[in-house]
Design a protein around this ligand. Structure first.
Ligand SMILES: [Zn+2]
Ligand SMILES: [Zn+2]
Length: 344
């Protein structure tokens, strides 16, 4: 008897049926890509703090059920009509920037990162916590051969954000750059800052992360619990840039006085609490505070290429897709070292 190839029609997904109700691992029909879209056989998907927006319903207008995940690495396994630049079998990723409208004032100026109708994978449409995902071509990132899937995935959000914020920070090689927080973002920030040629001051709370920070490329470690971190930075002349990665507004506020002339505090650790700063603190020395959101797929490709060249890699813990709830809880605990990644 001849055996015919049986086409797989269902797949496993970890979805949020309603906000606040946690993950449901179920079978769903494998989706087909529409025109201008591709289907990705997902190999790995990072678990990011921003997935809480979907899990807890914190982003306005999310439609449920929704599958989170915006740190996706996989292989194109089908292309929709009109797709010519991307081929079946190609390794691709999808990061935070899940598409733009090409028509708003920012898009018309080429500033796609700040598109007013930006789409986000896992929020605007189903993300990577599933075996097969459909994505628009505007969201696709080519993954270089030298990076494996589980390393590439977190680089598409945490890596991209730290790399892109630093490379646009105005700091030059040799400048003092501080990275606050040695966690999911910070452990990548320290590595990129070191490879960019900065003098890197890693700032943590307690002595525990000092050896790791040095290993990742920090020139010095400042224990913000035992010392006044701002004063320590001033002893070194003041920081040109402080990359604030730990979501702690009080800790960020305390660092403003560590900036040198023209220094900039770049905020990427997301919280809803206010940062406190006086006008005088900013006026003297022309200091500034700036927020930074991830970047476009082109920025992601730069990030991946740079990581491949320089050896920057995320430190990860992997979980199978079936254990999405456990992986998410682990990420929330803040105890993971340092990025949690689902494998399919
Ligand atoms: Zn993220
Ligand atoms: Zn736009």
């Amino acid at each position: 008897m001849a055996t015919a190839a049986v086409e797989l029609t269902t797949m496993k997904v970890a979805q949020i049926s309603r906000p606040g109700e946690g993950f449901q691992v179920i079978e769903r029909e494998i989706p087909k890509p529409d025109a201008g879209h591709v289907r990705i056989k997902v190999q790995a998907c990072g678990v990011c703090h921003s997935d809480a927006l979907t899990v807890d319903g914190l982003w306005p207008g999310i439609q449920y059920p929704r599958i989170p995940g915006h740190e996706v690495a996989g292989i194109i396994d089908e292309v929709g009509a009109g797709v010519s630049a991307w081929k079946k079998g190609q390794r691709v990723g999808v990061g935070w920037h899940g598409g733009h409208d090409n028509t708003c004032p920012e898009c018309q100026r080429g500033d796609f990162r700040n598109c007013r109708n930006v789409k986000i994978a896992g929020i605007s449409y189903d993300g990577g916590y599933q075996q097969y995902m459909v994505a628009p071509v505007e969201a696709l990132v080519s993954i270089p051969d030298g990076l494996n899937d589980t390393d590439a995935a977190p680089l598409l959000c945490a890596g991209l954000t730290t790399y892109n914020a630093l490379r646009h920070s105005g700091a030059f090689p040799g400048d003092l750059v501080a990275v606050q927080g040695i966690g999911g973002l910070g452990h990548l920030g320290v590595q990129f800052a070191n490879k960019f040629g900065y003098k890197v001051a890693a700032i943590g709370r307690g002595p525990d992360n000092a050896p790791l920070a040095k290993k990742l490329g920090a020139s010095l470690y400042i224990d913000a619990k035992a010392t006044n971190a701002a004063e320590e930075l001033q002893k070194l002349g003041g920081a040109r840039v402080i990359l604030a990665t730990a979501p702690n507004s009080k800790a960020m506020s305390e660092l403003v006085n560590g900036l040198g002339p023209n220094g900039k505090l770049i905020v990427i650790g997301a919280t809803f609490d206010p940062i406190e700063v006086t006008p005088i603190q900013l006026i003297s020395g022309s200091k500034s505070i700036q927020g930074w959101t991830a970047g476009t797929p082109a920025d992601s490709e730069d990030t991946l290429r740079f990581a491949e060249l320089s050896g920057v890699r995320p430190m990860i813990e992997t979980y199978p897709l079936e254990k999405a709830a456990e992986a998410y809880t682990r990420m929330l605990s803040g105890k993971a070292e340092f990025r949690v990644v689902l494998t399919m």
